[in-house]
Design a protein around this ligand. Structure first.
Ligand code: PMP
Length: 353
């Protein structure tokens, strides 16, 4: 017998490409095109290196306190982790511990099935309708837990909070995770519902709307009881998930609400302009409430457009998967970047005719 029989084998999540060449238009991983809040640079420039000698605060009190204030919840209801991937992975481990399958849409963040496989959690995907919308009734049957990205990725479609609330209401005996990675670009947040439902965990990230994907900060808001269980699992795994620089940079970011509003507003305005341009060029797309657009051309296959863009140093995301194989997910860059991409697409489409 080989030792390989005892290995926990998984098919890993495939992250978007991070090209080495800096001279590209990078619209493939939904990063924010603007710098982090100016206060982040200021605290890092004045960083006291002696801090690195010591372990960071395992409770991450400073960051949890500013988040609690920002989201108007007690600090005991805030959990932080190394990006929302870390928070979600910890939440799957903690809350999805049933023989019954967890439920999530067939088209959604492709890490959910990877964590489920890693932890041996049974799962059942629920097909979105033809408009890529969630059908509430699919989530009103016996299950071991629910995870919904809202707005969803890679579709960009946002479900109304009223519908999510009905799903939570019908599932009080399991934990419902709402992944709000993109909520700051025009979606409606479920955070106010945590007061009403102690089985709801809302997860957000600093990677998109706070321009800090490189810092790796994510957080969750839920009932005191839910966050308590999450902490028990975290402290049984790694007490010091958050490093000292992430903590101080994260605090500085949350303290600058005006900058946060400014850059999310800019991304939204650029997204709406891009939608008009894409429509003019013959694309159809969902009504994205995120920092990306999920688009399909009426006559040119997505793979062909993807290849042409890539050859010209423009990176977007494409999946060779059922139902979405003819779509491109285009992150929103600066106005200048989007203008260049639209010009390229216009020329490409005209020359191909
Ligand atoms: N949830 C969704 C829906 C995402 O698209 C992403 C980004 N890949 C994440 C969570 C994780 O983001 P991060 O770990 O950078 O917070």
């Amino acid at each position: 017998m080989s030792w390989e029989n005892n290995v926990r084998k998984v098919v890993p999540y495939v992250a978007g490409e991070q090209p080495k060449n800096k001279n590209v238009i990078k619209l493939n991983t939904n990063e924010c095109p603007y710098p982090p809040a100016p206060g982040v640079e200021a605290v890092l420039n004045h960083f006291d290196y002696d801090v690195l000698r010591k372990y960071p605060d395992p409770d991450v009190a400073d960051l949890r306190t500013v988040l609690a204030k920002r989201y108007k919840v007690p600090v005991e209801q805030v959990f932080v982790g190394v990006g929302s991937d870390d928070v979600l992975a910890m939440a799957f481990l903690t809350f999805f511990n049933s023989e019954k399958p967890i439920l999530f849409p067939d088209i959604t963040y492709s890490f959910y099935d990877v964590w489920a496989d890693l932890y041996r959690i049974p799962y059942e995907c629920q097909a979105l309708d033809e408009k890529f919308e969630i059908k509430k009734e699919d989530y009103c049957k016996e299950n071991g837990g629910i995870v919904i990205a809202n707005p969803n990725a890679p579709t960009g479609v946002a479900a109304p909070v009223s519908m999510i609330e009905e799903i939570i209401k019908a599932n009080q005996d399991v934990v419902v995770i709402v992944d709000e990675a993109y909520v700051d670009f025009g979606g409606e947040s479920c955070v106010p519902l945590v007061e009403k439902y102690d089985n709801l965990l809302v997860v957000q990230t600093f990677s998109k709307s706070r321009s800090m994907a490189g810092m790796r900060i994510g957080f969750a808001i839920g009932s005191k009881k839910l966050i308590g269980f999450l902490n028990d699992a975290k402290f049984s795994f790694n007490s010091y998930t958050m490093n000292a620089t992430s903590i101080i940079a994260g605090v500085a970011s949350v303290e600058d609400e005006a900058y946060f509003q400014e850059i999310t507003g800019k991304v939204i305005a650029t997204r709406e302009w891009t939608k008009q341009e894409l429509a003019r060029l013959g694309f159809t797309f969902t009504d994205s409430k995120t920092n990306f657009i999920f688009a399909s051309h009426k006559s040119i296959p997505a793979q062909e457009i993807f290849d042409a863009l890539r050859e010209n140093q423009i990176f977007v995301r494409h999946w060779n998967k059922e139902r979405i194989g003819n779509y491109l997910r285009i992150s929103i860059g600066t106005d200048e970047e989007m203008k260049q991409v639209m010009e390229f697409l216009e020329n490409f489409i005209n020359e191909r005719k």
